[in-house]
Design a protein around this ligand. Structure first.
Ligand SMILES: Cc1cc2nc3c(=O)[nH]c(=O)nc-3n(C[C@H](O)[C@H](O)[C@H](O)COP(=O)(O)O)c2cc1C
Length: 392
């Protein structure tokens, strides 16, 4: 390992995360559901797509910048919201700083471990992510808190199935880290002294609560399981609820988790600014095709009416370029930055964003394009039978 902790690829960051994190924490990041069909296809499908490179006539300057959800981005890669606890002592604040250092935006999960006020204090491009949990009144008060903190947009994540059971085993997450839980986790934690040292130095152990679901800033939120319970017992939203949520927020609003054309059209009717074509990184309904297979059909259907964002399976800059060529305006990354955060904190997330920009720039050069806006279908080779058109 280099003395600075720098890594070359996201795959290497993942290897380091696996070495560094207690087994349960690593498994919580790996996530996925049931057989892992969607989780695997999200990544594998990118390997089926080819490039159509040019050899001369390219541009010496290449622009990666874009504009999504009302904010300027230095690169078309946004931090996707992940409700993850206990990865790193600085958690989402370190991620937000890294995103700000590289000029990009961050989605903050309502299940995350850092308060939105602390995250907005270090990054002025934060989108607050909320599930449909707790009903209208509760959701409105959480959005108002996010607005007061300075959030620039809201992401409503609508895909979830509460699937239980992974063939590779689910992590054991304690309700809170009390002495009993500490004793139970001691063997796996003691095997990972660097992870533990990080928390000991910061002066606090992970508290496994959800501060953004608290009544207000500074109050202690419910535990992760308390939050999950509220969400599971809230009846799923109607499209009218989504239109209400968008209107109540009044600013840039994204619906995350779209895989069907009919749903994409309903989101347009609800007046959203953006949709994310996503399978939640394969953590959701297992057997849904890899998200990139649905992107072309959805982009063709609604790309002129909303901003189409893509997430699920992005591991390198060339994946970003493939998604942009198939109709996305920007992508969001999940595990890629979580591995970076686990491997090397804020610098690790910056490292991952640099891997993305380096890869995008290199692919643009190969394709003879001078900006991400120039990318189109002609740049990629899409094999017969690759795309899946759902809900046409
Ligand atoms: C450990 C983990 C936790 C996640 N938590 C959330 C969450 O709280 N809210 C949300 O909208 N998406 C959540 N996601 C989904 C991500 O935002 C994103 O859609 C997904 O990670 C993209 O796939 P990728 O990991 O292959 O990049 C989570 C994903 C992971 C891996």
């Amino acid at each position: 390992m280099s003395s600075t902790g720098w890594f070359e690829t996201v795959a290497e960051a993942q290897r380091r995360a696996e070495k560094r994190l207690p087994r349960s924490v690593y498994k919580a990041l790996l996530a996925g559901s049931e057989r892992g069909l969607t989780y695997e296809d999200n990544v594998a499908a990118f390997s089926e797509l080819g490039f159509a490179p040019h050899v001369a006539g390219g541009s010496a300057e290449r622009s990666l910048s874009t504009h999504v959800m009302g904010v300027d981005l230095a690169l078309p890669v946004i931090i996707s919201p992940t409700g993850v606890q206990a990865v790193h002592p600085e958690g989402e604040v370190a991620v937000a700083r890294a995103a700000a250092a590289r000029g990009t935006a961050m989605g903050l999960s309502s299940f995350g471990s850092s308060a939105i006020e602390d995250v907005c204090a270090v990054n002025d491009k934060v989108f607050f992510q909320s599930y449909w949990s707790g009903g209208r009144e509760v959701i409105e008060s959480r959005m108002e808190r996010a607005r007061a903190a300075g959030a620039k947009g809201v992401i409503a994540t609508l895909d979830w199935t509460f699937s239980h059971g992974r063939d590779w085993g689910s992590p054991a997450i304690p309700e809170k880290l009390d002495p009993k839980a500490m004793a139970r986790f001691a063997p796996e934690v003691l095997l990972k002294p660097r992870w533990l040292t990080g928390f000991v130095r910061s002066g606090a152990l992970p508290d496994l609560t959800t501060p953004n679901l608290a009544g207000g800033p500074g109050e202690k939120g419910p535990t992760f399981f308390g939050a999950y319970g509220e969400w599971m017992t809230t009846p799923p939203p109607t499209w009218d609820d989504i239109a209400w949520m968008r209107e109540t927020w009044g600013g840039p609003f994204m619906v995350k988790g779209i895989s069907r054309i009919d749903d994409a059209k309903r989101a347009v009717d609800a007046g959203v600014t953006a949709i994310s074509v996503s399978t939640h990184g394969g953590n959701n309904l297992d057997g849904t095709p890899g998200a990139i297979r649905m992107l072309p059909g959805i982009a063709d259907a609604v790309g002129d009416q909303v901003e189409v964002v893509f997430d699920s399976g992005i591991r390198r800059g060339s994946d970003v370029v493939k998604a942009l060529a198939l109709g996305a305006k920007a992508v969001m990354i999940g595990r890629a930055y979580l591995w970076g955060l686990s491997a090397n904190g804020q610098a690790g997330v910056e490292n991952v964003l640099d891997i993305m920009s380096g890869g995008i720039s290199s692919a643009l050069l190969g394709l003879g394009r001078s900006s991400v806006q120039e990318l189109g279908r002609d740049d990629v080779l899409v094999p017969d039978g690759f795309t899946r058109t759902l809900g046409a």
